[in-house]
Design a protein around this ligand. Structure first.
Ligand code: BDP
Length: 328
């Protein structure tokens, strides 16, 4: 009898543990974000956490860790895949080496403008990128704006590919970006975001490339004051969750996350537009020398080897590339 009681007790305890973990979130989730206070992504991800708590009546809790305090982006991508972290806002750039489908957005000049990127993401191409991410343990909940990236450096205005020749340019960790700089005649230097300021300052690199808000928020404009509007990359960002965690949630909990993510994305995209203008004004007032590139043709033409190599290495992705190029 005693023995039976014990067994029943153990079975009950196990059932309780399984029951709890299957429905209501047991612990507070950790969220990773690389940006500083006041940045659109920081406000967006905080809003996401707040909405999730509100919509779940306080049962689902997320704590966002900003400014890359939980590590570099490539490391954080691994962490979210493996479940060490649950939530993150990632650029699809550093995700490309792990998720081939997501890497198509890192082909230089593939998008016409950021709105084109959003039209693509809302269509079948977006589904294919989502599926690619899910295969690697990441579920995308919403798309954030990453604007368009242009070159900046400490030496001179860039007007034609010839101006990049011999220049040491920091890129994010992705072979496509290294290929891009090599094709322009420069020397690529893959490096974590947090190291770029010091490297520009001490001349370890001559230049880098980013959107207006990051150029400004990092202070890179202070040490690399020539900004040339090449807009060679338009890299969307994702708000995503660990796939194993996602799968264990109830339909209601998944709905809460999706809705909160979409609402936070609308806010982030609105703030993004405002911040882009504000950042541009701020750096210009600080004395940045800015130039347009009236003819981007030579830059685009120089990217042919980058496309050729990518398609040769990833023949299965040809239809996805075509689909993006054909999306009006
Ligand atoms: C910013 C992205 C961030 C990247 C950073 C970079 O939002 O995710 O880490 O560029 O260049 O625009 O590393």
């Amino acid at each position: 009898m005693n023995y039976l009681k014990k067994i029943t007790g153990v079975v009950l305890a196990i059932a309780l543990i399984i029951g709890f973990s299957a429905s209501v979130q047991a612990k507070e989730w950790k969220g990773w974000n690389i940006h500083v206070a006041g940045y659109p992504n920081t406000i967006g991800t905080d809003k996401f956490a707040e909405l999730v708590s509100q919509k779940s009546g306080g049962k689902m809790k997320i704590k966002m860790y900003h400014a890359g305090t939980l590590g570099s982006q490539p490391d954080a991508i691994e962490q979210v895949r493996m479940g060490g972290l649950e939530i993150a806002n990632f650029s699809l750039g550093p995700m490309g080496p792990i998720v081939p489908e997501a890497n198509v957005v890192s082909l230089p000049f593939i998008f016409k403008d950021p709105d084109h990127a959003f039209r693509v993401l809302e269509g079948k191409a977006g589904d294919m990128i989502n599926e690619g991410m899910a295969k690697k343990g990441l579920v995308s909940l919403a798309w954030y704006d990453g604007g368009s990236r242009s070159f900046y450096n400490s030496k001179k205005p860039i007007k034609a590919p010839a101006d990049v020749v011999g220049m040491k340019v920091r890129v994010m960790n992705n072979e496509l970006y290294s290929g891009m700089i090599k094709s322009l005649g420069g020397n690529p230097s893959p490096m974590a975001f947090a190291e770029v300021y010091q490297s520009l300052k001490t001349g370890v690199v001559d230049g880098a490339e980013n959107n207006w808000p990051s150029y400004e928020s990092t202070g890179h404009y202070e040490v690399a004051p020539f900004y040339s509007l090449s807009q060679h990359l338009i890299i969307p960002e994702t708000l995503c969750i660990n796939a194993a965690v996602w799968k264990k949630l109830s339909a209601q909990e998944q709905k809460i996350l999706k809705e909160a993510a979409q609402e936070s994305a609308l806010l982030q995209r609105k703030l993004w537009k405002e911040r882009s203008t504000a950042s541009q004004s701020k750096v210009m007032a600080a004395g940045v020398s800015f130039n347009m590139i009236p003819d981007k043709g030579p830059f685009q033409a120089a990217m042919k080897p980058v496309y050729d190599k990518f398609l040769a290495d990833n023949p299965a992705l040809k239809p996805l590339v075509k689909m993006i190029q054909n999306t009006p």
